[in-house]
Design a protein around this ligand. Structure first.
Ligand code: NDP
Ligand SMILES: O=C(O)C1=N[C@H](C(=O)O)C[C@H](O)C1
Length: 238
């Protein structure tokens, strides 16, 4: 399969390694240095695109791929204000997108564990809960997309919280997300339920970026010949 990598930064470089290991070729790699190559003609020569750029670029990049009839995996986070518009456009023009706040297969299993624990804890009133995410200092968005997905999964299953806030004072029904930035941390997420008596914590720690990259390439393989809107749940559980 011919894969276009849009965003040849920390993730783009990891994705290239995994794509080549899995027998694909990468005829197109786009960074801010070679934007002239980011043309419809070049996109049309590929079988799928993978976007890991920046929150302000993702939507424009998605539309370029739609225009070239090219299925796209979007790993970039922080563009969710435009989510509904993008999904509608995808349906209207019969295009293909797989979006994931986190492409790691382990994190997507962790998303399910989070929902199950939230359901269990919803019967208990002695605990309060918070989410903590830790990432490297170059990260542009806060909270992380993964923390938002965790918060949404928790709130759906835990009636004591109905909205989330990041690094602000919260009321009783608001879920706190703490976003911490430390040098060289690929991505750590923890959900902590604390009472006066004890604490229950679940945590996912990425040791490196390989898991995100592997999931993104597997996602590209999954959507290459499909039409519609997909998530990592489709890849993992269908
Ligand atoms: N879903 C997931 O599993 C994961 C998501 N992410 C998300 O992916 C995104 C990228 O992360 P990361 O790789 O760490 O970021 P980097 O900053 O390392 O990479 C971003 C890349 O985008 C390139 N770029 C800049 N301008 C353009 C442009 N106009 N068109 C195309 N590319 C451009 C940059 O080029 P240049 O180097 O020339 O500036 C750079 O190569 C972030 O939103 C992050 O949150 C990260 C990890 C996992
Ligand atoms: O920017 C990153 O690095 C990461 N971003 C994603 C997010 O915002 O959740 C996924 C991963 O945690 C790494």
């Amino acid at each position: 399969m011919k894969i276009a990598i849009i965003g040849y930064g920390k993730m783009g470089k990891e994705i290239e390694k995994i794509a080549l290991e899995r027998g694909h070729s990468v005829p197109l790699k786009i960074s801010s240095q070679n934007l002239k190559e980011f043309s419809k003609e070049n996109l049309e020569k590929c079988d799928a695109a993978i976007d890991f750029t920046t929150p302000d670029l993702a939507v424009g990049n998605i539309y370029k791929c739609f225009d070239a009839n090219l299925p796209i995996v979007v790993g970039t986070t922080g563009w969710y204000a435009s989510f509904n518009e993008v999904i509608q456009k995808c349906a209207k023009h019969n295009q293909t997108i797989l979006h994931a706040t986190n492409c790691s297969l382990g994190v997507n299993l962790f998303f399910e564990l989070n929902k199950k624990l939230a359901k269990l804890m919803s019967t208990q009133n002695d605990y309060d809960v918070k989410i903590e995410e830790i990432h490297h200092t170059q990260k542009l968005d806060a909270p992380s997309g993964t923390a938002i997905t965790l918060a949404e999964g928790l709130i759906e299953n835990y009636s004591q919280k109905n909205t989330w806030k990041c690094d602000q004072e919260v009321g009783e029904n608001e879920l706190l997300i703490n976003a911490i930035r430390e040098e060289n941390v690929p991505g750590t997420h923890a959900i902590k339920y604390s009472s006066e008596i004890d604490e229950i914590e679940i945590k996912h720690t990425a040791h490196n970026r390989k898991g995100f990259a592997k999931g993104a390439v597997i996602a590209a393989e999954y959507i290459a010949n499909k039409k519609g809107v997909f998530s990592m749940n489709d890849v993992l559980f269908n």
